[in-house]
Unconditional design. Structure first.
Length: 103
């Protein structure tokens, strides 16, 4: 029974890793781009009572959220902040924030 649990855990870890690889972001460039993000989300990306934390969020999920804000698929004041970002910028930011320890 332990081997079945281990196999399931391994598959889960591999799926998470595949999601990060698919995101294709450069965390170092994301760190350089994160100055504006830090104004609201904090230098540690943990946010506060008014702004959600983004540290430790899955890179693929976060990149999708940023793209949805930019396209208007999700209405948010974030649309103003992502307006000038390229797709690669969003991938890079997502990759960077995925490297930070979350809540």
């Amino acid at each position: 029974m332990l081997s079945k649990k281990l196999l399931v855990a391994l598959i889960f870890v591999l799926m998470l890793a595949a999601g990060s690889v698919q995101a294709g972001g450069d965390a170092a460039n994301g760190m350089a781009l994160s100055t504006d993000c830090a104004d609201c989300h904090g230098a540690d990306g943990l946010g506060d009572e008014d702004v959600p934390g983004i540290a430790g969020m899955d890179a693929a999920v976060q990149a999708k959220m940023l793209a949805d804000f930019q396209s208007g698929a999700v209405e948010s004041e974030m649309a103003d902040y992502v307006e000038g970002l390229s797709e690669q910028d969003m991938l890079d930011l997502a990759a960077y924030y995925a490297t930070l320890p979350g809540n």
